[in-house]
Design a binder for this molecule. Structure first.
Ligand SMILES: Cc1cc2nc3c(=O)[nH]c(=O)nc-3n(C[C@H](O)[C@H](O)[C@H](O)COP(=O)(O)OP(=O)(O)OC[C@H]3O[C@@H](n4cnc5c(N)ncnc54)[C@H](O)[C@@H]3O)c2cc1C
Ligand code: SF4
Length: 579
């Protein structure tokens, strides 16, 4: 990792919570003594890990989050600058392959406390009820072991905790409204609204997006400078670093940053995990004992860690008796359609995420493929735009300079298309090793017939909208977004890794909780669903109490929704709700 302009990253001081002056807490972070056993050890403090730690700490468990990246000081480490923000991403070696390979690196996950929620654009639509029963409805993909109704109360909670700004009435999926008002429109949103309106396509303006449209607590409202994917130094965009981690620490959670978990240990006699090995910031290896382990490392690092933890009894990878770990990895089609307008658009102004349509989300029998797609604003900043024009047009040298001088006239919409889960799209271990000597992930990705038809149709539709908005030139860059799957949940232990609460079928005190548990992905951005799943898993663990640490019994009774565990001031009857 590069040293930032402010100096080398330092571990959090025991008496100072490193979130910059805005979120400074007046008490020390708990430090567990060397050799002390914790109740829950969470691997990865990202979107899911941050919410889990917060809930479990509030419920009184002894919890420890191990995070491979640094504990950001938002004031010191972040900059409102495209080139200066690359350290937010997991850019360690990964190998990509297959007929339609994924680009790995800055288009995937984060590295550092907050994980991908630090650099996400923060679009936060819910999944639709149909997403949970894709196989039953369409005969493709898979069904989830849980329904939309199981997750709905957690969507409602997280929408208030982040909070999500959006329209009073959102008509798609399970129609609902947002308690926090929509954002004003930027130039990109205006073009999307114009194009959709011209074609009679419904469009949501000003959200749903987890960016403050008014100030809340110590967080200010958005100032519309457009550096959301660079972390939002302002603090208006939600990340678990600012929404859940402070409350986790305030309730006794320890976060050990720059600690890379290398292996989960398993006792064959008891068939239980006992803790993890990890490398600290100086490269020294340690063992940390835990009564239960939850892996929240993202859809690539989670299967990688399970596979790297192969042991006597689980020779093909921990919790992998089904052979499913690493399989059914999914990415959404994320083609970017760029359009030039005679009048200036200025797409750098406003958050890139602020208008979208889900009119084409569901399976339409008139089309020759199953499932669907969304269309969203993208708004790339200049460096991303130059890369897109290089990919789309081959612009270079003087040609690229001319394109860049024209930047203010361009708008960009994103296709977000559902790619189905396929067994051959998978994470395996490479023969290449990282700096710790651990085999890195090899990712195979092929598009199948349904995916190709969906992408071709979706791309044409987005271009039609761009043209209807008044674009005089159109370019497109084919790309993917949002990796999920690879440790999927299901009822059948022969075809899935975890049950509906994230407990591995094989080992009673080992859980997975992040985007990798998703059996299908819809065409909604996954972050809200990932955090809602984490809150539900936490409620389940709290209901199970100490049984998780001692018993192999699997009680599948749904837990009560514990609204009182939300971070303070983020829920309650005082907040207006629209059902
Ligand atoms: C540019 C960009 C924009 C995006 N925009 C959106 C959006 O608008 N809306 C949306 O919903 N989603 C968006 N996403 C996707 C979203 O960020 C991810 O889906 C989400 O953060 C994944 O959550 P997770 O909990 O699975 O993993 P993460 O949030 O990535 O957390 C995993 C954490 O685990 C740590 N880790 C991994 N392995 C280890 C290990 N062995 N030891 C210790 N720590 C480890 C990592 O460092 C990381 O911090 C975007 C993604 C990108 C790249
Ligand atoms: S546009 Fe708003 S949310 Fe995005 S970085 Fe700026 S202040 Fe943060």
């Amino acid at each position: 990792m590069k040293t930032p302009p402010g100096g080398a990253f330092a571990a959090p001081h025991d008496s100072v919570h490193r979130l910059g002056p805005m979120q400074r807490l007046e008490f020390p972070m708990k430090r567990h003594a060397p050799g002390e056993e914790v109740d829950y050890l969470v691997v990865g403090v990202g979107s899911a890990g941050g919410v889990l730690l917060q809930r479990l700490a509030r419920a009184g468990f002894k919890v420890l989050g191990m995070e491979a990246g640094p504990f950001w000081d938002t004031e010191r480490d972040w900059v409102s600058d495209e080139a200066g923000s690359r350290q937010l991403y997991w850019e360690d070696l990964r190998i990509t392959g297959g007929k339609d390979p994924l680009a790995l690196g800055s288009n995937n996950c984060g590295k550092g406390v907050g994980g991908g929620s630090v650099h996400w654009a923060a679009f936060t639509p819910r999944f639709h009820p149909s997403d949970f029963e894709v196989y039953t409805r369409d005969g493709v993909g898979a069904d989830w072991p849980i329904s939309y109704q199981d997750l709905k109360p957690y969507y409602e909670l997280l929408e208030l905790e982040m909070p999500v700004a959006g329209p009073l009435w959102y008509p798609w999926g399970d129609p609902h409204g947002y308690a926090f008002g929509p954002h004003p429109m930027g130039g990109v949103g205006n073009t999307l609204v114009r194009g959709c309106t011209e074609l009679g396509i419904g469009v949501s303006i000003g959200g749903p997006v987890a960016i403050l449209s008014g100030s809340r607590g110590d967080r200010p409202h958005c100032i519309y400078r457009g550096f959301c994917i660079q972390g939002c130094k302002v603090g208006a965009k939600a990340s678990t670093l600012v929404t859940h981690v402070p409350d986790a620490i305030g309730n006794g959670a320890e976060i050990r940053d720059r600690c890379m978990v290398s292996r989960i240990h398993h006792d064959k006699k008891t068939n239980r995990v006992t803790g993890v090995s990890y490398f600290d910031a100086e490269g020294a290896e340690h063992f940390q004992k835990a009564k239960a382990v939850i892996v929240s490392g993202y859809a690539i690092e989670t299967p990688r860690l399970l596979l790297n933890s192969a042991c006597d009894g689980y020779a093909n990878g921990l919790a992998n008796s089904s052979g499913t770990v690493g399989k059914y990895l999914m990415a959404q089609a994320g083609n970017v359609i760029l359009g030039r307008f005679d009048e200036p658009v200025r797409m750098y102004k406003a958050p890139p995420a602020h208008a979208m349509t889900e009119e084409f989300y569901e399976t339409d029998p008139k089309r020759d493929f199953a499932r669907g797609f969304a269309i969203q604003t993208v708004g790339p900043l200049p460096i991303a735009f130059s890369r897109q024009m290089l990919a789309a047009r081959g612009s270079w040298g003087w040609g690229l300079r001319r394109v860049m001088m024209d930047y203010n006239h361009w708008s960009a919409f994103g296709l977000l298309g559902e790619i189905l889960p396929w067994a051959d799209n998978r994470v395996t271990l490479s023969t290449e090793k990282d700096s710790f000597g651990l085999p890195v992930a090899h990712v195979n990705f092929d598009l199948h017939d349904n995916d190709k038809k969906l992408i071709a149709f979706g791309r044409n539709k987005v271009e039609e909208v761009m043209r209807a908005a008044g674009a005089t030139e159109i370019e497109q860059e084919a790309r993917y977004a949002h990796l999920v799957g690879a440790a999927r949940m299901g009822k059948d232990p022969a075809t899935s890794v975890v049950d509906g609460f994230g407990r591995t079928h094989d080992i009673a005190n080992l859980f997975v909780c992040d985007g990798s548990v998703m059996p299908t992905q819809g065409s909604a951005n996954p972050g809200l669903t990932i955090q809602a799943l984490a809150a539900r898993t936490a409620d389940y663990l709290i209901s199970q109490g100490t049984r998780v640490f001692t018993s192999d019994e699997r009680d599948m009774t749904p837990p009560p929704v514990r609204r009182e565990l939300s971070p303070p001031g983020t829920h309650g009857p005082g907040i207006p709700r629209v059902k």
